[in-house]
Write a protein that binds this ligand. Structure first.
Ligand SMILES: [Zn+2]
Length: 283
């Protein structure tokens, strides 16, 4: 595997995860999943499909999640949500008992400051963004497809972290995960018009292709929103992987739907390692 600025690979029993190095060094377990090492046929045998309960057997997804969570030291509870391509952010409380991955929460970002809870979002081309604030111990996982990016869900997550935990953007470290990148992600006029109406800099994000179409750079859009919200450029890390190009590593809704009629889901997770005050102590 090639060496990556800002990220490192971790592997166990054939399951590989991409870890944000700075986020980890600042006290947050985190990772972006990949496709191999699972027991699911979504889209082909051996897939580590980590979500999509209405398409795959729940038993497959639970087993794949168990294998994925083995990559993280210690005991973790996983919290996910029913994603609806909106801009709502939910808080996961540490005192909540029982399962947190019940998909009862309809939203597209989860935030917590409780230790040993991994908040996670599922993607297969959309942009996953992980946030960590080492000062307060708060973190967030954000699902930002084109709709969520247009609705500025990442700034919404930062605002919620500020309201709940006193997070200052200057203390935040951000990791933007593998997604359909500008090399491949062509959109039509309905998307182009939304971005042109909302963002004066939309043309920086759009590369015209054929009539009424353009390739869009959603990683850049989210990087720009993070910076505008006050996150330092040096603390924003973007994984240089396109889910559509890299069929060896990732699921892609666009690619796999065409090839197989179905796809698996990746999971991006982040969680606080220890009690408040002990962050950074171990590493
Ligand atoms: Zn690509």
């Amino acid at each position: 595997m090639l060496k990556l600025a800002g990220f490192r690979w971790r592997e166990r029993d054939g399951v590989r995860v991409l870890v944000g190095a700075q986020l980890e060094a600042e006290g947050f377990a985190n990772g972006f999943s990949t496709r191999a090492g699972g027991c699911s046929p979504m889209p082909q045998e051996g897939a580590l499909n980590l979500a999509g309960f209405n398409e795959d057997d729940a038993a497959n997804i639970h087993e794949n999640r168990r294998r994925f969570l083995k990559l993280f030291r210690g005991r973790w509870r996983l919290a996910t949500c029913w994603q609806v391509h909106g801009a709502d952010v939910r808080v996961v409380r540490g005192e909540t008992t029982g399962a947190l991955d019940t998909n009862e929460k309809r939203c597209d970002a989860l935030t917590t400051d409780a230790p040993h809870i991994l908040v996670g979002v599922q993607t297969a081309d959309c942009v996953p963004v992980l946030l960590g604030d080492a000062r307060s111990g708060a973190c967030a996982a954000v699902h930002a497809g084109w709709r969520g990016t247009a609705a500025e869900i990442v700034p919404a997550a930062l605002a919620r972290m500020r309201a709940e935990y006193g997070t200052r953007a200057g203390d935040v470290c951000a990791c933007i995960g593998p997604a359909a990148l500008h090399c491949c992600y062509e959109v039509g006029s309905e998307v182009i018009e939304v971005f042109r109406a909302r963002f004066p800099y939309a043309d920086e994000l759009l590369t015209p292709t054929r009539e009424g179409h353009a390739r869009i750079d959603l990683q850049r859009a989210n990087r720009r929103q993070l910076a505008a919200a006050g996150v330092e450029h040096a603390r924003i890390h973007a994984a240089p992987f396109c889910t559509i190009c890299r069929d060896d590593l990732f699921f892609s809704y666009r690619r796999d739907k065409k090839l197989h009629g179905r796809t698996g889901r990746l999971l991006a997770v982040v969680g606080r390692n220890d009690e408040r005050g002990t962050i950074n102590a171990e590493r």
